[in-house]
Design a protein around this ligand. Structure first.
Ligand code: AHR
Length: 341
């Protein structure tokens, strides 16, 4: 009897111990979850709407923003790719508003058509930082700040380089230009195209022989260049003005296929924008004659702005990122290797 009692009390003690242990672990787990949730709720939530992933340049911009807005830095970044459609970007911004994000970063595919959705963000009290390309809205208070490129100035740098490239030619010699444009109505296209159009206007011997939109992609530019060669004839082309590196790669592919020589030592010169590493390599080797930089490392600039907004400080409405331009003589292998994109 006594023995049984002892067994019973041992079983009771064991059960009690097990219950205690289980509840200890259960409580421990619960407190870890709560801690995680608390930690997450302390993060500043940022929604980032990109127009797409059409170029290596854009991937570098995405990476730069992701590297800046990390959890270690106190941020949770929600990234959305608009698949090259403005409607998708508008839908993504609306989703950010519903999610109650703290900030929205918008890289707009085109300049216009944002008034309604930006008004919705403003009504929800969410500051919008426009990056890379700009927006044109009726009321500039619809966005807090812009960080990005001065595309007209990029185009003007390209024009000065073209003037240099053709300076050995006489004033009577016609300079025939093929113009492959970027996505129509994007700031990048508008600024770079405007600089070329103004230059054609002001240089009597500059002549636009072919123009089409390459959508900032290699595939489209390749088709356009092949068509230009057929319609205009390679002998009537001096400059191929490509509005980004992907388009330059496409134009060069079309010329390679047609067996047409181009580059620093040939009649046809390729001019391009972005200055991604592989294009700089081609510029150093003389295949591309001018590379105007478009700086995708905008994450740290935007991060600085958001940090200041977090401290209720006033931020500048417009910040242009630092950009340069290059010809083959300016580029070394060390320089290319030192770059992040
Ligand atoms: O808006 C910047 C432009 O967009 C870059 O030149 C191009 O590569 C990108 O797709």
């Amino acid at each position: 009897m006594c023995k049984k009692k002892r067994y019973l009390s041992t079983a009771l003690i064991l059960t009690l111990l097990m219950t205690l242990l289980l509840s200890f672990f259960a409580c421990g787990k619960k407190s870890i979850n709560v801690a995680e949730e608390e930690e997450n709720s302390n993060l500043v939530v940022v929604g980032f709407s990109q127009p797409g992933a059409e170029s290596a340049w854009r991937v570098a911009l995405t990476d730069s923003v992701k590297e800046s807005f990390t959890e270690e830095n106190g941020y949770k970044l929600i990234y959305k790719d608009g698949q090259s459609k403005q409607d998708n970007q508008i839908r993504d911004i609306r989703t950010f508003i519903q999610q109650g994000v703290d900030y929205i970063i918008l890289s707009p595919i085109v300049e216009t058509g944002w008034d309604t959705v930006l008004s919705e963000a403003k009504a929800a009290g969410i500051p919008v930082i426009v990056c890379d390309r700009n927006v044109v809205v009726a009321n500039e208070s619809l966005y807090t700040a812009f960080v990005g490129s001065d595309f007209k100035s990029e185009g003007e740098s390209a024009i000065r380089c073209i003037e240099d490239l053709v300076k050995t030619k006489g004033e009577q010699d016609t300079i025939n230009i093929v113009h492959i444009q970027g996505t129509i109505d994007s700031s990048a296209q508008l600024g770079r195209s405007k600089a070329l159009e103004d230059a054609i206007e002001s240089h009597e011997n500059w002549n636009l022989v072919y123009q089409d939109c390459g959508e900032f992609t290699k595939a489209k530019a390749r088709e356009i260049m092949a068509q230009a060669i057929t319609e205009v004839g390679a002998e009537n082309i001096d400059i191929v003005y490509c509005e980004n590196d992907e388009e330059a790669f496409g134009a060069m592919a079309a010329m390679n296929e047609a067996g047409i020589a181009y580059g620093d030592t040939n009649k046809i010169k390729v001019v391009s924008f972005d200055a991604i590493s592989s294009a700089l390599e081609m510029c150093m080797n003389g295949q591309i004659s001018v590379e105007v930089e478009c700086n995708p490392l905008q994450g740290p600039y935007i991060y600085k702005l958001v940090s200041r907004l977090e401290e209720n400080q006033v931020v500048p409405k417009i910040t242009y990122v630092y950009e340069d331009y290059y010809t083959g003589a300016d580029i070394t292998q060390d320089f290319i290797e030192s770059r992040k994109y």
